[in-house]
Design a protein around this ligand. Structure first.
Ligand SMILES: Nc1ncnc2c1ncn2[C@@H]1O[C@H](COP(=O)(O)OP(=O)(O)OP(=O)(O)O)[C@@H](O)[C@H]1O
Ligand SMILES: [Mg+2]
Length: 393
């Protein structure tokens, strides 16, 4: 049975450094949740606290509504897979997978190689263990590798053995800490699919730590984005993509990354970049940062009164579309990238050209504290945009 997990105001300090600050997360039974965030933001520490490998300074961990703070890792029925697999190098894959079962099912005496034979129940238990290992090996398609030692396996195969070892105890909660980061790009994509498939087959609860936003976006039901020991946002991949709660989330989620333009809102909420009126309004006056995804930036021929003009610095070809990097021709300088599809009017932009820049989708507005503000794009597509001077007339 999958377990639900509730983290209730978890805090943790190492010495005087606070690494987790009142982390509240609720995960439903059977969910696949990723924990993402920059290096050092506390992901592994949080995972270790859930597993019982680390003690929190304050707060509670609940599994199926039961507080497990005082329980040892073994008692929590939680499996952990780490980045470095931690397989025993002198044991075969079979022995690596069977070890957790042997430890829990056989007594210390029964595990002794010679004396253990005197135990009547040992043969029966061993047969049960072998059957369980065979079943999990079939699930992960590693039946043919069971006699090999870790040194005789590829990275992806080792990863599967580590997963099998975690799986074999039928945990109700799976914790994974960057399990794919040692694999090459192609294998990562493949293992990503395997883990997603495994999740739907097992129906267990998965908590998956990664700093790779693509992994989080493609695999998860929901994502917990952490920033400096705090939860910045919890939501579905599209929640975080479409409505990032903070500028840190906006920076982290999405590839190619979001563009950011410094701007200021006047008393009516109209936004200006230097003296240029941007086609965006917000709710109150003050300095802001405007975030624009490259697919929501359009480029076209320069026209009189264009709010933003850029000079094409570089064009990256990505097959079905192109990423055009622009140097903004504004007193504030800055760069912007636009995603241009091959069917766009200006489908073959040349480096060095000047182009008008416009917005074709949502603009995200963040205040001085990096928090999302309400905003509205007042006009999409190309057209005349008044300068500050004209707007004041
Ligand atoms: N045992 C420890 N003693 C002291 N500081 C620690 C210890 N473990 C972790 N830290 C610190 O706590 C912070 C959070 O570490 P943690 O390993 O949880 O980060 P992370 O988000 O997993 O990072 P990464 O993406 O690099 O794995 C870091 O600043 C780290 O240096
Ligand atoms: Mg880590």
């Amino acid at each position: 049975m999958p377990a639900s997990l509730k983290l209730d105001r978890i805090s943790k300090s190492f010495g005087t450094t606070k690494v987790l600050d009142e982390v509240d997360v609720e995960i439903r039974a059977g969910e696949f949740v990723s924990i993402v965030g920059a290096s050092g933001c506390g992901k592994s520490t949080l995972l270790r606290i859930i597993a019982g490998l680390e003690t929190q300074g304050a707060g509670h961990v609940r599994l199926d509504e039961v507080v497990v703070d005082a329980m040892a890792p073994r008692e929590r029925n939680v499996a952990v897979v780490f980045q470095n697999y931690a397989l025993y190098p002198h044991m075969t894959a079979f022995e690596n997978i069977a070890t957790p079962l042997a430890t829990s099912r056989l007594s210390l005496y029964e595990r002794l190689p010679v004396l253990g034979r005197l135990s009547r129940r040992r043969a029966k238990i061993r047969a049960g263990i072998a059957a369980d290992v065979a079943a999990v090996a079939a699930q992960l398609r590693i039946e043919a590798l069971l006699d090999r030692k870790p040194g005789q396996l590829s990275g992806g195969q080792r990863q599967r053995v580590a997963l099998a070892r975690a799986l074999v105890r039928r945990p109700s909660l799976f914790l994974m800490d960057e399990p794919l980061s040692n694999l090459d790009a192609q294998l990562r994509v493949h293992m990503r699919e395997e883990i997603t498939e495994l999740h739907s087959r097992l129906g267990a609860t998965f908590v998956y730590v990664t700093h790779d936003q693509v992994e989080a976006m493609t695999m998860s039901d929901r994502i917990v984005m952490m920033d400096k020991g705090r939860v910045a946002q919890i939501g579905s991949p599209s929640d975080l993509y479409d409505r990032p709660a903070t500028i840190a989330v906006a920076r982290f989620i999405g590839s190619p990354a979001m563009n950011f333009l410094p701007a200021a809102a006047d008393s009516s909420g109209a936004l200006f970049h230097a003296d240029r009126r941007l086609p965006v309004d917000t709710d109150r006056a003050g300095p802001v940062v405007v975030g624009l995804r490259p697919e929501n930036v359009a480029i076209g021929p320069v026209y009189e009164g264009a709010a933003l003009v850029g000079r094409i610095r570089r064009v990256e070809h990505h097959g079905h579309d192109r990423l055009v990097h622009l140097d903004l021709q504004s007193p504030l300088g800055g760069m912007l990238s636009a995603r241009v599809s091959a069917t766009d009017a200006l489908s073959d932009p040349a480096e060095g050209c000047f182009v008008a820049v416009d917005f074709t989708g949502p603009a995200h507005v963040f205040d001085g504290d990096g928090l999302r503000r309400t905003s509205k794009v007042v006009r999409l597509g190309f057209g005349r945009i008044d300068t500050a001077a004209e707007a004041a007339e």
